[in-house]
Design a protein. Sequence first.
Length: 503
Amino acid sequence: MSDSEKLRQIIRFEVDPAPFGEDTDENPFFDVDKYKGSYKPSYKDLVVACKNMLKISVDLNTLLNWYYFVSDDLAEHYEGAFSPVADFGHLWPNNDAEIFKAMDIALSELNLDDGFFETYDCIRDGLEEIIQMAEYYEYNREHDMSDWKFTRWQRHQIVLAFSEDTANVSKSRRELFKRIIDEECEKGNALAMRIKGYGCYGGDKVFECDWEESRRLITKLFEKEGNPYYANTLGYIYYYGRCNNGIPEYEKAFQYFSVGAANDVIESMYKIADMFLSGKGCIKSPETSDHIIFKLYDECRPRFCMGDDAKFADIALRWAAHWQRIERYSEAFYHYLEAEYAIKKRLKKSDFFGDKKVQENIKKIIEEVKAHLEPGYLKDKDVTRKPYWLFDMIWDNSNAKFEITHIEGNRYKLKVTRPKKDHAPKALIVAPELERVTRTRTFESEFVTDEPVVYECKDKSNMYVNNIKYSDENEYDFCNGDVTIFKIKNADYILQRTDFDRK
């Protein structure tokens, strides 16, 4: 018998199963070196294997030992079989390679103690479903896509694959995907209900906007699971009157936002603040509104520096509006720039309903606030004795590395680099006079001074600073703890727009 035939027998489980019942390297099936040939298995080989296992009522240990042997130890002998397929093709197989991959994945997950198949009573049910996958594949190839059939496992995989984002569903599969989601919703599948509920919330590439359907599904999910994020979504639906001809239902919105806010859902918290500010659906209390927004700003700005969206754009927007209401326009401008920067960052990663509208509104408000700034406020270069951006670079007392390079004459370059270890956050530097914002780990700027820089450390190439002290003589002491590393006296610190353009 040739090596190829031996390999074919192994993958079809046409062999003595006893060795696979023992987890030992001594049995002959684990002697990988004895197989020198190659064989290209097909999905039909897996069908035969499943049927042969059913004949002997295979136990889980034997099945998994066989699977890992043929898929891992002998993988190099199987020509192109255990390799990935593109575009989620295995989810709705349309060729032999895709159905083989689907069956391969199902076999790998055939564990009654964990995952999808834990709901099955026995291995037999799982094997029969894998055989059925092949039968449905053959049926589907002869029928229109609208009539395609899928097993429970396949439907579960399709729902799971696009549970966070339906944008990756290829155009040719959208109607099929929609049909499956609709059918799963009818069965009460919570994940499918979530996909459709949020798909209909403003509409996406798969589902048209349908506020009534969105409310119905999200309400069911909230009643079933009590998830505060569902309450938050319902709050938005009622706040904007999505199902009431555009007429807000503020009392209902306040009820649902209260559930979200009580569970620390950021959106619910700032929407509650909005409602306290205007007295919509609740008593009017601007002081309560300001308290909520300031608290959120204080909590979420550091999270934004960590790379988390933290709804910081929405919070900074509201904190800026607070300053605008009391005609503190420079402070308002500062925070509107933060909001604009944060919403740009968000839109690079996602496109949630309403975010582009928020970005447009921020741009308009910024232009309005500019008209109230003092003449000469905006500039291309800022020369100051108070280098606030250096303080920003050590805002959480991180040990940032400071590097000073003499350029010429009395000009110096100062490079600050925040640590990467221990998931240290970046710094958020806002220069309102320059209309610039950046979230960065490294920042360079210049300073000029006729005084010599005083170094009190032994190694100028390894200067780490975590706090900066100011003395009355216009002297900054750059320290690590209580130890002074170096001093700069009588300096003009220069910040330019170009400093923010460096990569």
